[in-house]
Design a binder for this molecule. Structure first.
Ligand SMILES: [Zn+2]
Length: 248
């Protein structure tokens, strides 16, 4: 079991970082893809992205797959385990809720799930919940979700999870430096930004994202060796918990 860092408080919403890597990081080095779990009273209520390595990491940390998964886009490091997981869970009479922005859900069903096409249609294996972008819908418990367009090489949407119109958790998903999305996330209690040491049009650089970061901002997707991340850094590390402030 990988060592977990940070303090965890029950009775509140918290996030558990499962991985911070990209697809190559998993395939060549065994790192877990960028993903995090939303917990309520230490119980998983929602998983954010299901790229390579995520299911195993979840097990290593002693948690079960929640009923509800949010998928931001169809890259392997964000959706690669989806076909196998949906088939396995379905065979165990468990039908997961897959929440994705409508254009992403369409792509997932047509392309990611194609390996099951001769036997199962996507709607047989999961409940697909596919709101239009910028439309707020119920997510799980008393939480809502709204997808917002990111700037990425594949159709991709970040999101804000809110309660009663109060923005709580924001995630850019994979995105280049994109001010409209950053402005939306800046109002969240916790916001997670995709950034890496050397940026590109499709992944912001650490220097590009820096001017937008407030006290509640963290960085994922950096794919850096966690041993080289300084203590107190905004760069997230696997096993790190983030507790949301206030009484939830
Ligand atoms: Zn991507």
């Amino acid at each position: 079991m990988t060592e977990q860092t940070g303090l965890k408080i029950d009775n509140t919403l918290s996030l558990l970082i499962l991985g911070v890597a990209g697809g190559a990081g998993h395939i060549y080095d065994g790192s877990c893809s960028s993903s995090f779990l939303v917990l309520k009273d230490d119980q998983p209520i929602c998983l954010i992205d299901l790229g390579l390595g995520v299911t195993r990491r979840l097990k290593d940390y002693g948690y079960c797959l929640p009923e509800t998964l949010v998928i931001t886009h169809n890259h392997t490091d964000h959706a690669g385990e989806l076909p196998v997981v949906l088939r396995v869970e379905s065979a165990q009479q468990r039908r997961l809720n897959i929440v994705a922005a409508a254009p992403v859900a369409e792509r997932l069903k047509q392309h990611r799930m194609a390996e099951h096409a001769e036997l199962f249609q996507p709607d047989e294996l999961a409940n697909w919940i596919d709101p239009a972008p910028e439309t707020t819908i119920p997510l799980v418990n008393d939480l809502d979700i709204t997808f917002h367009a990111a700037q990425h090489s594949e159709l991709c949407f970040g999101f804000v999870i809110s309660r009663a119109d109060i923005p709580l958790i924001g995630y850019t998903a994979d995105s280049g430096c994109f001010a409209p999305l950053y402005e939306t996330l800046s109002h969240c209690q916790v916001a997670i930004y995709d950034a890496r040491p050397k940026g590109s049009l499709w992944h912001a650089g650490l220097d590009e994202v820096a001017p937008f970061l407030n006290d509640h901002a963290y960085i994922i997707g950096h794919d850096m060796d966690e041993q080289s991340i300084p203590e107190g850094s905004r760069l997230l590390r696997p096993g790190q918990y983030i507790n949301l402030a206030g009484d939830h």
